[in-house]
Design a protein around this ligand. Sequence first.
Ligand SMILES: Nc1ncnc2c1ncn2[C@@H]1O[C@H](COP(=O)(O)OP(=O)(O)OP(=O)(O)O)[C@@H](O)[C@H]1O
Length: 280
Amino acid sequence: MASRRDQNHGPECPELLRKARVRVTLTAMTPPLPPPTPPATPTPAIAVRDLRVSFGRAPAVDGVDLSVPAGAAVGLLGRNGAGKSTTLRVLAGALPPTAGHVEVWGVDVGADPFGARAVVGYCPDVGGLIPRATPWEHLELAARLRRLPAGWEHRARDLLERFDLGADADRVTAGFSHGMGRRLSVVLAALHAPRVLLLDEPFDGVDPVGVEATLDLISELRVGGTAVLVSSHLLPLVVRATTQAVVLRAGRIVGAAPSAELDGETGAERYRGLLGGVRG
Ligand SMILES: Nc1ncnc2c1ncn2[C@@H]1O[C@H](COP(=O)(O)OP(=O)(O)OP(=O)(O)O)[C@@H](O)[C@H]1O
């Protein structure tokens, strides 16, 4: 029976070995990406005013106001169906809002969704990976679509190593575990060092190595001025990843607090209070 590595056309495949050799040569010859000229920082980096999204008659997001300064990280919390992913999809330019005004890094998302995608890095909660493509092919596609300058390979290699995906760079993602897919989705969102990073469930099913790599990446991008929004059900990790947290319920913000105040058992209890009960 063919091993999993064989099925995924692992590095022993001569064609891939040849490609890998070419890539190593290119990587060695091309300098790392030059430090980007910092663009004028809009204030705030993420601005959401009275956002409303409806699917049919039911409102999924029902009048959300949100403001995230450059270099800040905010956690989006709330029960299943609270409207977190829908909010992030609108910010990423992937879903048009029903009403309201949304800006990312000074770009009006409703008026210019393509412009918004240029400044945003988005890790969706599900999907986004091509089963028959390898991580390296995903990265090549992302670099081409974003027209990244020569040298992106250096950052791509570095990110793959940091997220412990270096050895799997040439395996098709169809054979990836859930956590591996999550780690690759974070890498893809961060490749172009976006001004706004949107992470939907980045820690879901991810091992401690991937969790630490994600937390480090968030800190590093924040130092460079990136604004970060993280949606997750894992409260202790949201506390570590962010400085502020907002709680959504039925499409509305029902609470906001410094993330540190949601730490430990007392914080968890406060959070549970904000979540509301059944039908709350
Ligand atoms: N494409 C869609 N079509 C119809 N309804 C949708 C669609 N996407 C989301 N919804 C509905 O919008 C509401 C908010 O969903 P959303 O996915 O934003 O919640 P969430 O807070 O991210 O939940 P979870 O924590 O389970 O991921 C839910 O009632 C959901 O059923």
